[in-house]
Design a protein around this ligand. Structure first.
Ligand code: AMP
Length: 143
C-alpha cells in the first residue's frame, strides 16, 4: 500500500471500481476512461511502481490473469483483437505510478494503431550496433 496511490485506494475499497476479476494477489477492473469498450486494467494488489519492482512470483501471477482475461474480454465485447501493454515509467507515458497492464480490445476498422505507434523517431541502427545491444542486454541478465 502506498499513500496517495489511486490504484492502492481501489484495492483497499476506498475508491470504487468496476472490478471484473480478482485473485489473492491480482485485481482487474475497467479503465475509467476507456480507449475501447472493455478496456481493462490488471494490477498487482501490492504496490509496485515499475515492472522491475515486481518479484518473479507476482509477475507470473499478474501475467496469468492477463492471459486468462484477454480472450474473455475480447469475446465479451465482440472484439477482433486486443493490444496488451504496460506504460512503464513516465517517459513511456505512465501516469498512475502503480504497475498496470492495459487490455485494450480492438475492432476491425476502429481507426486505432498498433503498439508500434507508441515509439518516437526510429533510430537508424546498423547490424553491428544491433549486435552490440543484444550482447549488452544478454550480459546485463547473465552477469
Ligand atoms: P497510464 O498512462 O498507463 O498510467 O494509464 C493510467 C490509466 O488509468 C488511464 O487509462 C486512466 O484512464 C486509468 N485510470 C485512472 N484512474 C482510474 C480509476 N480511478 N479507475 C479506473 N481507471 C483509472
Amino acid at each position: 500500500m502506498s499513500a496517495d496511490c489511486v490504484f492502492c485506494s481501489i484495492v483497499d475499497g476506498d475508491i470504487p471500481a468496476r472490478t471484473v476479476h480478482e485473485t489473492d494477489d491480482v485485481l482487474a477492473f475497467l479503465d475509467a476512461n476507456p480507449l475501447a469498450r472493455g478496456h481493462t486494467l490488471v494490477i498487482p494488489k501490492s504496490h509496485a511502481q515499475h515492472v522491475k519492482d515486481l518479484d518473479d512470483g507476482l509477475a507470473s501471477d499478474l501475467f496469468a490473469v492477463v492471459t486468462e482475461l484477454t480472450p474473455r474480454v475480447q469475446s465479451t465485447v465482440g472484439a477482433d483483437g486486443a493490444n496488451v501493454g504496460i506504460n512503464d515509467g513516465e517517459a513511456a507515458g505512465q501516469e498512475v505510478p502503480h504497475v498496470h497492464v492495459h487490455i485494450i480490445p480492438r475492432f476491425e476498422g476502429d481507426g486505432g494503431a498498433p503498439l508500434h505507434a507508441v515509439g518516437g523517431e526510429r533510430p537508424d541502427l546498423s547490424d553491428d550496433e544491433l549486435d552490440a545491444v543484444a550482447e549488452d542486454v544478454t550480459a546485463a541478465i547473465d552477469g
